[in-house]
Design a binder for this molecule. Structure first.
Ligand SMILES: [Zn+2]
Length: 294
């Protein structure tokens, strides 16, 4: 009898969707297997996983680090866009990864027999990149293995100073002409993604602390997995109360759960460690296969 393929390989997966006020998060994130999180309305995909079809038309990849489960699809992303005639496409990546990623693209060009247009932008902590008018991605340091960054996507608005609120259009124009600073910059952080990370005081970063949605990894849940978490620089469920302390996010989405733990068990552990008001904000970004296992 021919070998039967493993059950999970016969299924094509769907991305799980989480609806937020202004956008929908569509992703798949399982530790060691694949992490990719698309937000079409913001034109960003956090990590690229194995480049599922859903992410190809999105113009900005925000890559947190080079581990294969987060980065494997990067060459395929650029190649498929070229093949489908989708212009542009930019990957923001930790600055130290620009060179090796370019090398990877030239190796693929030799393998395929033609180059795929690509654009890598090296990012460092605190650097902003304009996604489009009034929308920026800001990189921040995270604590994982090798060069790693997290990203916040921030809505940037210009607000009229209080004292000028009642003025007419021509009056405002007149002030502007005089060089008076009539507006102030207002930042509304929409979503922050850490990729893989060990414990750190992220509440010290206002754009992460105040993000409407926080995408945070929680790889391990079982008591005897704490050592694994420390070794691999990941979060264990018992780290969450400390990491979420001082955070003001409306929604917290847990990513990167290990396959070693069943979802029902993960939920149970979460209930044990989090306060009720924290628990109400937390949801899992699950892969379809995990949902089936639950
Ligand atoms: Zn990693």
């Amino acid at each position: 009898m021919p070998d039967q393929p493993h059950k999970s390989t016969t299924k094509t997966y769907r991305l799980s969707e989480i609806r937020c006020d202004d956008f929908t998060i569509a992703g798949y994130s399982v530790a060691g297997e694949e992490s990719v999180i698309c937000i079409g309305e913001l034109d960003v995909v956090f990590d690229i996983g194995r480049a599922p079809r859903d992410c190809l038309a999105i113009n900005h990849v925000l890559l947190t680090h080079g581990h294969m489960d987060h980065s494997a699809g990067i060459a395929y992303y650029f190649s498929q866009r070229d093949f489908q005639g989708i212009k542009g496409g930019t990957a923001l990546v930790p600055a130290a990864l620009v060179r090796p990623l370019k090398d990877l693209m030239s190796a693929w060009a030799r393998v395929e027999g033609h180059p795929s247009p690509h654009n890598f932008v090296g990012m460092v902590h605190g650097q902003d990149y304009e996604i489009r008018r009034n929308l920026v991605a800001r990189a921040f340091d995270t604590r994982h293995v090798g060069p790693t960054l997290g990203y916040s996507v921030i809505d940037v608005r210009q607000k009229l100073h209080e004292q000028y609120l009642g003025l007419s259009g021509p009056e405002i124009v007149a002030l502007k002409k005089k060089g008076v600073e009539i507006t102030r910059r207002l930042e509304v952080p929409l979503v922050s993604y850490m990729g893989d990370t060990a414990r750190s005081n992220y509440s010290e970063l206002p754009h992460v602390r105040d993000s409407k949605v926080l995408l945070i990894e929680c790889t391990f849940f079982e008591d005897d997995h704490l050592r694994r978490a420390r070794l691999g620089k990941h979060l264990h469920v018992t780290d969450l109360p400390e990491v979420l302390e001082g955070m003001r996010n409306e929604k917290v989405v847990l990513t990167h759960v290990t396959r070693r733990t069943f979802m029902a068990e993960a939920r149970h552990k979460l209930k044990q460690v989090l306060k009720k008001e924290q628990l109400e904000k937390v949801v899992f970004l699950m892969g379809k296969k995990q949902v089936e296992e639950d």
